[in-house]
Ligand binder design. Sequence first.
Ligand SMILES: *Cc1c(COP(=O)(O)O)cnc(C)c1O
Length: 428
Amino acid sequence: MKNINSLNAVKRAETLMPGGVSSPVRAFKSVGLSPVVIKKAKGGRIYDIDGNEYIDYVMSYGPMILGHADERVVKAVSSSAADGFSFGATTEAEIELAGLINKHFPSIESVRLVNSGTEAVMSAVRLARGFTKRSRIVKFEGCYHGHSDSMLVKAGSGALTTSVPSSAGITESVSKDTLVAVYNDISSVKDLFAAHKGEIAAVIIEPVAANMGVVLPEEGFLKNLIDLAHKNGSLIIFDEVITGFRLSLGGAQGLFNLKPDITCLGKIIGGGLPIGAFGGRRDIMEYLSPVGPVYQAGTLSGNPVCVAAGIATIKAIEKDDAVSKADEAASYLVRSLKDELKNFDDKITINYISSLLTIFFKGGSVNNFNDVMKSDTNRFKEFFASVLNAGIFMAPSQYEAVFLSSKHTKSDIDKTVSIISDALNKIF
Ligand SMILES: *Cc1c(COP(=O)(O)O)cnc(C)c1O
């Protein structure tokens, strides 16, 4: 694998940007390599500036369920851009996107568009506090909800990968209001409600955790969590920034038939352009300004070009049945891996749902953050280097998901399985 262009670009980037990156995981630090620098991508393939081609399983960490540079989305973006980039006023397009979100998420009676998943969560948390007039929030260890202060306590994703799950720079007065529970352990949540009676505004959760690697909710856990929160006068916030329009068109809540009070969206709803959204019960959403007392605003919120990408993406997902296609690709990958990797049953565990999966370097079940932390990250490092070299682009961390799209082909997957199998045979 040639990498001289990437090496030179990274050298220059490091003089100009902290760690040479705009977001931490991209630095490849946890795998001890110098990152590849990307030139372009199409469908399920991505290309670096040295001309190497990879089968892409990062897929921009989730947005690209249709594959890269889908022609319908490219067309929608160009045509919207030609009509102006931003107006500071309402457009018909944002109303159309709100309608599409409402159609697929019946729990979202009213929605506010923002610019990122982080912003969606930050604002949803403020809204929950304003609505309930309570201060504390319960989150789960290893779940990631973007990088707002109150959510960077025992967080997953890059925060976990770079060993700062609880970031510096967050004051004690903020972090004391974030209570941390154990995923899949309802009694840990009960304990928090008992210790903080009448103080908890909301419980926030990734209904399928995908930022400590993929961890599935156990049967009944989410339903019990919703009931418990409501019994205590708290709201339940589903962070569906990854799972929205991926686990089903209506996200995890559609798949599991559950109804949170507030839902956060991002990633797929912008088709790769920056966007986020939060919405839910109308009586709660009407606490937002200009109708209510909770302030929230954004110069670029509902940006027409981002919204155009989102609408084109959602319509194409509907038309292509892209959720099922991505699911089929993932299920074929998992079945083939399980056949091929029988010898490694006690060394690796594959957690999998829909078009999301993680190969954990650990035997036995992986049901919460503690289990995740028993993974052999040194083995992952070797694995990552080996598959990258053979043409597979995966997230450079044990704690991220493998993302499939509707454009990953059977032959892509056959090639992937053979590369992964070679890598594991070399490592173990
Ligand atoms: C990616 C992600 C976020 C943050 O979204 P950004 O657009 O990166 O700010 C929040 N929650 C979850 C579950 C995510 O996966």
